[in-house]
Design a binder for this molecule. Structure first.
Ligand code: SF4
Length: 469
């Protein structure tokens, strides 16, 4: 019996334990799309154990927090939520489980055990699949469980999943990271790079296509180094339908009938090889917006960040991609205020932003993470300077976005209609290939369809389109 089969048995045992009772769950997810995908697996296991979902956590018999540790405010949010939940725990006996990246940090688990002793289960990134077993034991014995492994990580297949969307789906293709950027905690909490097998990925996407999903996002901390470690270290893997790299995977996913759009996050510029550029160019379903994390524009800051490329190399890569892929656009991540960043260094970041002309920029103020080299650097930047630079960058990015949005007016865009607008039930919403939100008036039977829209107006955060049938 493999590890997941064992957990399926525990799921049955929990179901039996609750037989005849209407038990409910609530999940709070923090962080990135990989965490959201993990939460879909947590939901899959909870549903398999007989729980049903409630949006009102006060009604929940079990509450699961799936945490992130990339930014400091996530800790404050978690502790705030735990403070609020204490009374419910005392009155109702709700099972409280906390998992995810933050649980791989010992100073956090120590704080939880000391300050929030009512928490029942602490589980880490490598032990997520054992949640049924942990829940079973807590129900049976009422003894606190700390189920955290400090390992490089392994690939676990077959965990049940309940997806939050019926049109777009995320598929994790690899996990962990070997890059150790000096600001980032991910390699310490998610372990070393390991890729899922091509067969498992392709079968999962084929099954999604059969269920009617139209868009898939391939996920990984370093998505374009898919199978790289396996190839370099001669770790055996089964080559399936010729897939032995990220580029060949893109080409195979592109052939899957029913899937109409393919996205991927997050690639690393240093692994953006020629074969990947060609695959994006050749595969009509692969979105032509490339997320290319810059992090900083200054070569000396990039060196301190351990990013393994210079400002010039990054710009050369952008130029090369622009030359090879018609109509390509870019999005990026930028951190301002990394230790040692001077005003001049920061201006290099502004310079790259002006030169590339990103469609979307995810901007972050540098946040110290315990255990990373960046946290130990002495030349930390004062908060007010970080905020000043952030605001300057934001003004530049918003100005560029406004200009770019105007260029959409009068164009025809291929838009996947995702549902009704959150702000107006009578309007539909979807996204262009370049990930711009578009709203339109239209019949609800357009939901789930890829349609051509005329773009008639632009607003800061969305475009307005018109469907002409
Ligand atoms: S590539 Fe760098 S930023 Fe991305 S997960 Fe790895 S260490 Fe973190």
């Amino acid at each position: 019996m493999n590890k997941v089969e064992q957990e399926l048995e525990y799921m049955e045992k929990v179901k039996e334990y609750h037989q005849g009772k209407d038990v409910k769950y609530a999940i709070f997810t923090m962080g990135c799309q990989l965490n959201e995908n993990d939460s879909e697996k947590i939901e899959g296991m909870l549903v398999g154990m007989g729980y049903t979902k409630t949006e009102d956590s006060k009604q929940a018999d079990i509450i699961v927090y799936n945490t992130c540790c990339v930014r400091e405010n996530a800790e404050e949010r978690l502790f705030g939520k735990l403070g609020e939940i204490k009374k419910q725990k005392e009155e109702k006996g709700t099972v409280i489980a906390i998992g995810g990246c933050m649980m791989q940090e010992k100073h956090i688990t120590e704080k939880i055990k000391k300050s929030y002793p009512f928490v029942d289960i602490l589980f880490g990134t490598h032990t997520l699949y054992k949640l049924p077993e942990d829940i079973y034991h807590i129900l049976e014995n009422r003894k606190k469980i700390e189920d955290i492994a400090y390992i490089d990580g392994e690939v676990i297949e077959g965990i049940p999943i309940v997806r939050g969307d019926h049109i777009k789906a995320s598929v994790t293709i690899m996990n962990g990271c070997n890059n150790f950027c000096s600001y980032c905690i991910v390699p310490y909490v998610r372990g070393r790079e390991r890729s899922r097998s091509p067969r498992d990925i392709l079968e999962e996407i084929e099954s999604l296509a059969k269920q009617g999903y139209k868009e898939v996002t391939l996920l990984g901390q370093n998505v374009n180094s898919y199978l790289r470690v396996e190839r370099e270290k001669n770790i055996p893997f089964e080559e399936y339908r010729g897939v032995n790299s990220f580029a060949t995977l893109l080409r195979e996913v592109n052939k899957i009938e029913g899937i109409e759009r393919i996205r991927f996050v997050s690639p690393h510029p240093k692994d953006f090889t020629q074969d990947v550029i060609e695959a994006i160019r050749d595969c009509e379903k692969v979105s032509k917006i490339i997320h290319l994390p810059l992090q900083a524009g200054s070569t000396s800051v990039l060196k301190a960040m351990n990013r393994k490329y210079t400002k010039e190399q990054y710009l050369e890569l952008v130029d090369k991609i622009k030359r090879e892929i018609p109509h390509v656009v870019f999005s990026t991540d930028i951190i301002v205020g990394f230790p040692g960043e001077t005003q001049r260094n920061f201006e290099d970041t502004l310079d790259v932003v002006k030169k590339v002309g990103y469609e979307q920029v995810f901007m972050f103020i540098y946040s110290r993470r315990v255990g990373t080299p960046g946290d130990k650097m002495e030349n930390q930047i004062p908060e007010e300077i970080k905020h000043e630079r952030f605001n300057q960058l934001k003004a530049l990015v918003e100005g560029q976005m406004e200009e770019q949005n105007k260029t959409y007016i009068g164009t025809v865009q291929k838009v996947l209609i995702e549902g009704t607008s959150k702000n107006n039930e009578n309007m539909l919403t979807g996204r262009t290939d370049s990930n711009k939100v578009v709203i339109l008036e239209g019949d609800k039977n357009l939901i789930g369809k890829m349609v051509n829209l005329n773009i008639i107006s632009e607003h800061m955060w969305y475009l307005k389109g018109e469907y002409r049938g």
